[in-house]
Design a protein around this ligand. Structure first.
Ligand code: NAD
Length: 295
């Protein structure tokens, strides 16, 4: 049993904390929103009056916050108050530069740290099947892995501090681009009178095969579990895809990588969100592409 502090108990944080509790850990939690803290308490989290109070006896501190600025402000607040050797795990999806700064703050105070963003969404958080992409020292990773396991389907050590965030945005850039590619192919097939099922049957066993097609097919029918079959309820919301594509663009610009298709994908998802679709599953971009095709 490990005494853990969980800071940021939103859509992801609450079910993640619940799985830690089910695995026998004691979890002290804090969130700025009182109703979220109440919901977390109903799942067994011991509510704290502040982040500093939540970490008082913690051997491990997990953060699950919206963006880099929130993570840095929480780290600046609590890192000086934490016992040396405490393990800090940041599972938020944030920019690589802020993630590296968070590791630096932890190191200045003698703490172990891991960035460990996740894929798998709220469903994966509830089921305890998230994929964690971890960045940090071997010593920190070895300590973090058993803590992450009750929340995880898979835990991958990607490299030094920030490598987990780097892996996450590179993966999601592939995903955003591939979903647009698959969507365009279905729109073209419709114009050519080719059925959705026929395109699926061919492409899913040919060189067009990819996750966006075979797991998350953006038209209803061929993959009954894909969000297209439930009016594009997420799943993975388009607003979160846009967030990740923007993080990828920021990283590309800061590090001199040419990512023209990533840039185009970010622009298309920005337009899609502006049109009021941010809360739809990201595969709904196919409807926007149909409009662009003149339907
Ligand atoms: P959310 O907005 O539901 O939760 C974030 C929580 O952090 C909120 O409850 C907010 O009140 C709290 N918070 C903000 N600043 C705080 C502070 N200073 N102290 C304490 N609490 C604070 O977001 P979410 O969907 O749970 O996502 C969390 C992170 O996980 C994000 O970085 C997101 O990109 C990432 N993520 C989300 C999903 C998903 O499907 N929702 C999937 C993968 C990754």
């Amino acid at each position: 049993m490990t005494t853990t502090a969980f800071i940021g108990l939103g859509n992801m944080g609450i079910p993640m904390a619940a799985n830690l509790i089910k695995a026998g850990h004691e979890v002290h939690g804090f969130d700025l929103v009182a109703t979220n803290l109440e919901k977390a308490e109903a799942s067994g989290v011991k509510p704290a009056a502040s982040a500093a109070a939540a970490i008082e006896r913690a051997e491990v501190v997990i953060t699950m916050l919206p963006a880099g600025k929130h993570v840095l402000s929480v780290y600046e607040d609590i890192a000086p108050k934490a016992t040396r050797g405490t393990l800090f795990i940041d599972s938020s999806t944030i920019d690589v530069d802020s993630s590296r700064k968070a590791h630096d703050i932890a190191a200045e105070h003698g703490l172990l740290s891991i960035d460990a963003p996740v894929s798998g969404g709220v469903g994966g958080a509830e089921a305890g099947t998230l994929t964690f992409m971890a960045g940090g020292s071997e010593a920190a990773f070895v300590k973090a892995e058993p803590i992450l396991q009750p929340m995880a389907g898979r835990v991958v050590h990607c490299g030094d501090g920030g490598a987990g965030q780097a892996a996450k945005i590179c993966n999601n850039m592939i995903l955003g681009i591939s979903m647009i590619g698959v969507g365009e192919a279905f729109v073209l097939a419709e114009k050519l009178g080719l059925s959705h099922q026929a395109l699926f049957d061919v492409a899913s066993t040919s060189s067009g095969q990819c996750w966006s097609l075979t797991t998350y097919c953006p038209v209803p029918g061929p993959v009954p579990t894909s969000p297209a079959n439930r009016d594009y309820q997420p799943g993975f919301a388009a607003a979160l895809m846009l967030k990740d594509l923007r993080l990828a663009q920021e990283a590309a610009q800061n590090n001199g990588a040419a990512t023209p298709l990533g840039a185009e994908a970010a622009q298309l998802y920005a337009l899609f969100e502006t049109m009021g679709n941010g809360d739809k599953d990201f595969s709904a971009i196919i409807n926007f592409l149909r409009g662009a095709a003149g339907k």
